[in-house]
Ligand binder design. Structure first.
Ligand code: NDP
Length: 272
């Protein structure tokens, strides 16, 4: 009973949230660290976010992750650090003297890429997409010296993001020219999450010496299959998910997150 009362609760808020893979991954990390803590998912709508964050703080929660559609809304209710403010989105909340907001998606992507042996500085990097994931990754990789190009279905969004990171923005109709010029390609759209999704990149445009990263983590996408087929180096989104979750644990606890344990727990869920 005593152990139960002393347990720290962590959570991910989002809507929809049913399919979040964060609980098994983060619970595996807490167990490996020997912490008396547990991690749950809660369905929270955008209009109730303020109450949910304040309620979690009042109940002594250890920290929060936020996912779609709450990351931008959260800026109204937390004090963002420099990175979250610059990215315009919060995915991690920590409680202390004040309620602080962080964004670990960008650094999660960078660490996943570095772990996979990818170089970022001075590399010509093409990101497809200009939504939440694309913004965080673009900001982080630009900060690490990547030469950034953004292509998005909504061209205006691509141009706006590119302007903020000193890159160039285009529509998807330019991919035929942009793909062969890139040294690293990143799919940061939701295309590929579902079986039968269309290909955004014609496989004949890919080169063997390119590094191809797909942020989608729930399945082996057509883009990754195409790139693997020609022998290009590839990375799926699971590794980014592990690294962004690990950064959140480090912010909350100050302890080094057990990434291997987290990745095993995540891949076990994905295999189900
Ligand atoms: P957003 O809704 O913020 O952005 C979606 C992006 O996908 C936009 O650029 C949108 O273009 C584009 N898009 C959607 N449908 C199409 C289509 N049919 N054709 C072309 N482009 C399309 O979502 P997020 O950025 O939050 O998420 C994007 C992906 O990243 C998801 O698969 C998500 O699971 C994944 N993700 C992975 C993480 C990880 O750790 N691996 C972390 C966070 C997200 P437009 O602007 O024109 O609408």
């Amino acid at each position: 009973m005593k152990r139960f009362l002393a347990m720290k609760i962590y959570a991910v808020f989002g809507d929809p949230i049913e399919h979040s893979l964060s609980p098994p991954m983060q619970n595996a990390a807490f167990k490996a660290l020997g912490l008396n803590a547990c991690y749950h998912s809660f369905k929270v709508s955008r209009s109730r976010l303020s109450e949910a964050i304040l309620g979690a703080e009042a109940m002594g929660f250890g920290g929060l992750n936020l996912t779609i559609p709450l990351k931008e809304e959260a800026l109204k209710f937390v004090r963002p650090d420099e990175t979250a403010a610059a990215m315009g989105a919060v995915n991690t909340v920590a409680f202390g003297d004040e309620i602080k907001g962080y964004n670990t998606d960008g650094i999660g992507a960078q660490r996943a890429l570095e772990d996979a042996g990818a170089k970022i500085s001075d590399k010509r990097i093409l990101i497809i997409g200009a939504g939440g994931a694309a913004k965080s990754i673009a900001y982080q990789l630009a900060r690490s010296g990547g030469l950034m190009t953004i292509a998005n279905r909504d061209k205006k969004k691509a141009r706006k993001l590119a302007q903020r990171i000193n890159g160039q923005g285009f529509g998807l109709e330019d991919l035929e020219r942009l793909v062969p010029e890139a040294e690293m390609l990143i799919n940061a759209t939701s295309v590929g999450m579902k079986d039968g999704d269309p290909r955004l990149i014609d496989p004949s445009l890919l080169r063997r010496d390119q590094f191809v990263f797909d942020v989608v983590y729930n399945r082996n996408t057509e883009l990754l299959k195409d790139a693997n087929e020609i022998g290009a180096k590839t990375l799926d989104g699971a590794s980014m998910l592990v690294h962004q979750g690990a950064c959140a644990i480090e912010i909350w606890t100050g302890l080094k997150a057990p990434k291997r344990v987290m990745e095993n727990a995540l891949r076990k869920e994905l295999d189900k």
